[in-house]
Design a binder for this molecule. Structure first.
Ligand code: OXD
Length: 310
């Protein structure tokens, strides 16, 4: 049984070391020096090039080194019947929660305005626009990652609601499911955080109509995929003053092109897709468990249907 590690799946040496610690007899091979392709039965990938999967005629499973299912489909020729699993790394979910907390605190406590005052050497205490402990945050997508973000926001007193595609019990998180829930959900979201998987259904969900339902002065935080956002609609909503700010970690085209309007927009924060990156030290446990399951012929943890996108 041999595993091929595809370029792009992260730091090779750390993955090799962590997987060897958990599965000492694992035959870990690194693309393109994988030897006999017929011996490869597991592919650990992130954004593999087209034509990758078809090289391995005996694949038993495809394991993603990232959370988004789109990171598996960059090679569209998925071998039929081969199970696929995505990664649910607790470290990644926590990192994404920290990212969201940081920006909610930043705008909620008006650190943006204090930074402007400092540039003007102005000493002035600002009124809090709304007491921070009542900040209403809306999570577009409330699955494994969204759930972690929601709990951490609630721990600092935010009023958190979720929007899910289908009705779902989110425990203490108020849910506004389905198409009927979307407008009431948007109307109460001072901070709109997108953590949805990218599917044909969710592409462009952050569009002019949706942004218009947000309260005046709302902040949009996108840590999902750039294609969720209609860029021109966001710029118009910021330039009209309807939205206060946008924090964008993901872009339709990455890296964000030099000269793109987002780089210099005074109300946009750009980060280079770092809200939550895979940490092999914590992620290897799930990959190792799935390798054990493949060996035992058992169903994978966190299986996905790449065709549906989640
Ligand atoms: C992921 C990502 O999906 O890094 O893992 O965006």
């Amino acid at each position: 049984m041999a595993l091929v590690f595809s370029p792009g799946a992260g730091p090779t040496d750390i993955w090799r070391r962590e997987l060897a610690r958990l599965i000492p007899d694992l035959d870990f091979r690194v693309w393109p020096d994988y030897g006999d392709p017929a011996e490869i039965d597991i592919a650990l990938v992130w954004r593999p090039a087209p034509g990758t999967y078809r090289r391995f005629p005996n694949l038993k499973a495809i394991l993603s080194a990232g959370a988004g299912v789109d990171g598996i489909k960059t090679d569209p020729e998925l071998p039929p019947g081969v199970p696929v699993a995505r990664l649910v790394d607790p470290w990644m979910a926590n990192a994404m929660a920290e990212f969201v907390l940081h920006w909610v605190l930043h705008y909620g406590r008006r650190f943006d305005a204090y930074a402007d005052q400092q540039r003007r050497q102005e000493w002035r205490e600002l009124d809090e626009e709304a007491p921070f402990d009542r900040a209403r945050v809306g999570l577009l997508g409330c699955g494994q990652i969204g759930g972690v973000i929601a709990r951490q926001l609630m721990a600092i007193g935010c009023a958190v609601a979720g929007w899910t595609r289908r009705p779902q019990d989110l425990g203490p998180i108020e849910n506004f499911p389905g198409p009927a829930g979307l407008i009431p959900f948007l109307r109460r979201s001072d901070y709109l955080v997108c953590v949805l998987p990218l599917t044909p259904e969710t592409q462009g969900v952050l569009n002019r109509r949706a942004l218009a339902w947000l309260p005046n002065g709302a902040v949009v935080i996108n840590i999902a995929r750039g294609a969720h956002l209609v860029e021109g609609d966001l710029l118009a909503a910021l330039d009209s003053g309807h939205l206060k700010a946008a924090v964008l970690d993901v872009f339709a085209e990455e890296p964000l092109a030099a000269g793109h309007a987002f780089w210099k927009h005074p109300a946009i924060v750009v980060t280079p897709h770092i809200a939550g990156t895979t940490n092999p030290v914590t992620a290897a446990a799930q990959v190792a468990e799935n390798i054990r399951r493949i060996r035992a012929g058992a169903p994978l943890l966190n299986p996905v249907d790449p065709r549906s996108g989640y």
